[in-house]
Design a protein around this ligand. Structure first.
Ligand SMILES: [Mn+2]
Length: 298
């Protein structure tokens, strides 16, 4: 069977692949025709929640008619703070190798890691304090202390993180768009066209974006700023529900004019359907093997 999701790719790197559909006053916002999208908020090293949420997404998607194209968009900050960043990256790498249709967007935490690896010594200590400590520990290193030699530490970090992962991380795009929906990690600068947004704003912006009530040209689906539940506004939808602390990792489902949320429940973790197959190292195969969530591998 032909892979329809790779035939109709969501915009990846230049944010220009699809222009918003024409809307006449009051018409509901819609994705590009036939695109089913699940956008996932900040995972922050919670491998357990990522697996749980993907099971729920698969179930949600199975309950709907077969889509023309299916995408999972990760809104960045997959690492730091939580305990299992190495596993998260390893899983996402395997998943990307085995199926198509997922899009990982760069968050400010991925950027910090890359800048540290590129030798930005002054970032080391601040990064440790915002969750870099947990990431380096997940790769088997001890956190960086003031007394440590930063060059040596970075050399050890370069050894610890597989270079294929680092080179792949560097390629993560900053945004994606489908119809009236625009996806990025932090948000956009108000009054600047979506195709002229700056890298720094897309990954770091907060109040100027969060407090702006005007139209951005598309509904911006973002993470980065934690809200107690899905933060639905007319011009944006925030889905960072603070997973690393709350145990609630949230996904927004959009397809044509439909919208829904799928989230983990800290009181009721979802159970793997096939415990034996659902073990480390077989993730992509077991989750999506018989009934792939993303793409149809031939
Ligand atoms: Mn962030």
């Amino acid at each position: 069977m032909e892979d329809s999701s790779s035939r109709q790719p969501l915009c990846r790197s230049n944010c220009l692949a699809r222009s918003p559909s024409k809307r006449k006053g009051g018409k509901a916002r819609a994705t590009a025709a036939g695109e089913r999208i699940y956008a996932i908020g900040d995972i922050h090293g919670r491998y357990d929640l990522l697996r749980d949420l993907l099971r729920r997404i698969e179930q949600h998607s199975r309950g709907l008619p077969e889509p023309e194209a299916l995408h999972v968009v990760l809104l960045g900050d997959v690492i730091d703070r939580g305990p299992n960043s190495a596993e998260v990256l390893d899983f996402l790498w395997d998943w990307s190798e085995n199926t198509t249709g997922q899009i990982m967007l760069m968050g400010n935490h991925e950027e910090m890691l890359l800048r540290v690896l590129d030798g930005e010594l002054r970032l080391l200590r601040p990064w440790m304090h915002v969750g870099g400590k947990e990431t380096v520990e997940s790769f088997g290193l001890e956190e960086f202390h003031r007394r440590d030699n930063p060059e040596k530490f970075i050399a050890a970090l370069r050894e610890a993180i597989p270079s294929k992962i680092v080179e792949w991380l560097r390629k993560w795009p900053l945004c994606a768009q489908s119809g009236d929906y625009y996806f990025c990690h932090a948000g956009v600068r108000p009054k600047v066209p979506l195709n002229r947004q700056k890298r720094n704003d897309l990954m770091w912006i907060r109040d100027e974006f969060l407090n702006y009530e005007g139209d951005h040209g598309a509904v911006v689906v973002h993470g980065h700023s934690i809200s107690p539940g899905v933060d639905i506004r007319s011009n944006r939808v925030g889905i960072d529900t603070g997973a690393y602390q709350t145990g609630v990792l949230t996904a927004l489902y959009v397809e044509d004019e439909a919208r829904d949320t799928v989230a983990t429940d800290p009181d009721q973790p979802s159970e793997p359907e096939n415990e034996a197959a659902d073990t480390e190292g077989q993730l992509a195969g077991s989750l999506f093997g018989s009934q792939p969530l993303l793409g149809r591998n031939t």
